[in-house]
Design a protein around this ligand. Structure first.
Ligand SMILES: Nc1ncnc2c1ncn2[C@@H]1O[C@H](COP(=O)(O)OP(=O)(O)OP(=O)(O)O)[C@@H](O)[C@H]1O
Ligand SMILES: [Mg+2]
Length: 245
């Protein structure tokens, strides 16, 4: 098992004594998609925020490439190759596409040639962003804005990418494109952690799935285990009132 990023017995609270994550264990493996599913309020977004360093641990630890990063700040984790695309839109709507991308170059802003090179590589990957480079982000469709967020995350050439409901509120065609990109990231060697409300799509795209409930690990299993009608699949179906097509 080539675990790149792991949460080990992690307990987290936003404030006070009310813990949101309780002894959560998650391992994300290199070049694979690790899916996290669970009902509203299960703690999925909290897991990603914790992985990125936005929340301090009450107990447990986080390992990145075998190193304990539990106490590292988010900017240190970003420099170590962890990128995060949060659940709520995270762009500056009045700024242009290019200015939003420039902000993603902050960790290496002093190297102008590198900034240019990385932004060009994002434009190569998402030609629509090159076309709209001068336009305010708020003038773009929801799907195009997601591509700006993905592009901004890719600027640091991440080894790990944390994605929180990347297809929420998007049309099926654009969602399909995003799931294709996610597979492409993993096949290119990136470690992807995907939180998704769409159980069917998440199970399809993930190599391994974790199911959270009330801030605890409820179940887990491989893509094959889920797809081959195991108890895992039936459990998810009944428990989430989810119809398997
Ligand atoms: N900033 C915050 N302060 C206090 N409690 C919070 C905060 N953010 C989330 N919570 C609580 O933490 C719990 C887990 O929330 P979280 O957002 O991680 O769930 P989720 O699984 O991502 O849900 P959803 O599917 O709705 O996105 C919920 O009970 C929520 O009310
Ligand atoms: Mg969430």
């Amino acid at each position: 098992m080539d675990s790149v990023l792991s949460l080990n017995d992690v307990t987290v609270a936003y404030h006070g004594d009310i813990t949101i994550l309780n002894n959560v264990n998650i391992q994300a493996r290199r070049g694979s998609v690790t899916g996290i599913i669970g009902p509203n309020g299960a703690g999925k977004s909290t897991v990603l925020k914790t992985m990125f360093g936005f929340l301090p641990l009450r107990s447990g630890n986080i390992q990145l490439d075998g190193k304990d990063i539990s106490r590292e700040h988010a900017n240190t984790r970003a420099k170590a190759g962890v990128a995060f695309v949060p659940q709520n839109r995270s762009l500056f709507g009045d700024l242009s596409v290019e200015d939003n991308l420039m902000l993603g170059c902050w960790p290496f802003r002093h190297d102008k040639a590198l900034v240019q090179e990385r932004i060009t590589s994002v434009y190569d990957r998402f030609p629509i962003l090159a076309q709209k480079r001068k336009d305010p982000v708020s003038s773009m469709s929801g799907g195009q804005q997601r591509f700006v967020e993905f592009g901004r995350a890719l600027l640091i050439k991440p080894s790990v990418i944390l994605l929180d409901e990347p297809t929420a509120m998007l049309a099926p065609k654009i969602s399909k494109e995003i799931y294709r990109l996610i597979r492409e990231f993993a096949e290119g060697g990136m470690t992807v952690v995907l939180v998704d409300q769409n159980v069917r799509r998440c199970a399809e795209v993930s190599d391994y799935l974790y199911i959270l409930e009330l801030g605890r690990n409820k179940a887990e299993g491989s893509h094959e285990e889920f797809e081959q009608g195991s108890g895992l699949r039936d459990m998810v179906a009944s428990w989430m009132d989810y119809k398997i097509d």
